[in-house]
Design a protein around this ligand. Structure first.
Ligand code: CU
Length: 340
């Protein structure tokens, strides 16, 4: 696998299309074994010796999305787990949008979201706070499991969506009574996932420009783009209205179209291939390409559009031109400009 974000997108498309996703987040994930183990252990409170012999595998979730992948929740959905030393946690990645489960260990801060090493796995199968440990990019249906041998409080984050997307695993001494069951974490996670998808859906109503006009949104989120980065939800679509359907914008030759990133928690691009050619692979930070005009002859890219950023392109030839977000084309973030 190359370091190109584009090849990850392609891989995600292959994985994402094979797997049915749902908005139910946590509830769908628990393996029967984990639930019954946790339940059993709780039922045996007082039999501490027995408990200490039984390592429990707990289930968490990274991200959530609706079945179209348009609405995304950018959190770990488990309600905050308290486990015993020797137990393990398995995260299931739920979305075509990749996430990571990353424990920084001795590192004071995470690498940049565009660091190509973010895609890679680091560390072993257990975490005790001493070594940088990361799942690498996880896509829908993949899982990542870590065992926690040592008592402590272990915060973690997603390298692509942190610091908003973060969680914590609290590890008690082996044999301690569990304060919550897997069923609680499932239910809390599912409620939070549902709420985030509802907030993302609600944010469609915030689309501020004339409907079907030439000023589009490149993504939108419940909180405004000027505010603090939020984890609560986001829409991975180009929008020309209050709907998440793929926009088609019809203009006259010589006119311009403008896109603004109205999310506060995602980066996007507006990227046109040369007609008849694929978009060339590039580094993870997708540098700008082409100029401020497009006639179908050359790859033209906005570069990374951070929250609040705008991009305007003038169209100088007739034609029907498709464009994509290089980070989210695999989840259907596409649009068309028809130049007449
Ligand atoms: Cu995007």
């Amino acid at each position: 696998m190359t370091s190109s974000q584009r090849s990850w997108s392609t891989m995600a498309a292959a994985i994402g299309s094979a797997i049915c996703l749902s908005a139910c987040g946590g509830a769908a994930s628990a393996s029967p074994g984990a639930t019954s183990n946790a339940g059993q252990t709780l039922a045996l409170t007082g039999f501490q010796a027995f408990n200490s012999h039984m390592a429990v595998n707990w289930q968490s979730n990274a991200g959530t999305a609706d079945s179209h992948q348009a609405l995304q929740g950018l959190q770990f959905y488990d309600g905050g787990m308290i486990i015993d030393a020797g137990d393990s946690v398995t995260w299931t990645f739920r979305t075509g949008e990749p996430h990571t489960v990353t424990f920084l260990g001795p590192r004071p801060k995470p690498p940049s979201p565009f660091d190509p090493t973010n895609a890679m796995r680091f560390g072993g199968s257990s975490y005790d706070g001493s070594v940088y440990t990361s799942s690498g990019f996880g896509f829908a249906g993949q899982t990542y499991t870590l065992t926690f041998p040592k008592v402590g409080r272990y915060p973690y984050l997603c390298l692509l969506h942190g610091p908003g997307m973060h969680g914590v695993i609290v590890v008690q001494p082996a044999g301690s009574k569990y304060p919550k069951t897997q069923a609680f974490y499932n239910s809390d996670g599912a409620s939070a996932a549902f709420a985030d998808l509802q907030h993302a859906y609600g944010s469609l109503q915030l689309f501020p420009y004339p409907i079907d006009g030439t000023h589009l949104a490149a993504g939108i989120s419940p909180a405004p783009s000027g505010g603090e980065r939020s984890a609560e939800g986001t829409v991975l679509r180009f929008l020309d209205s209050h709907s998440a359907t793929m926009p088609s914008t019809t203009i006259k030759v010589g006119s311009t179209v403008t896109w603004t990133n109205l999310s506060n928690n995602e980066v996007h691009t507006v990227s046109f291939a040369a007609v008849g050619h694929p978009i060339p692979p590039g580094p993870p930070d997708q540098p700008p390409a082409g100029g401020s005009t497009y006639d179908g002859s050359a790859y033209t890219n906005s570069g990374v559009m951070f929250p609040g950023a705008s991009y305007t392109l003038k169209f100088t030839k007739k034609g029907t031109f498709q464009y994509v977000c290089l980070f989210h084309d695999n989840v259907g973030m596409l649009g068309t400009v028809v130049v007449q």
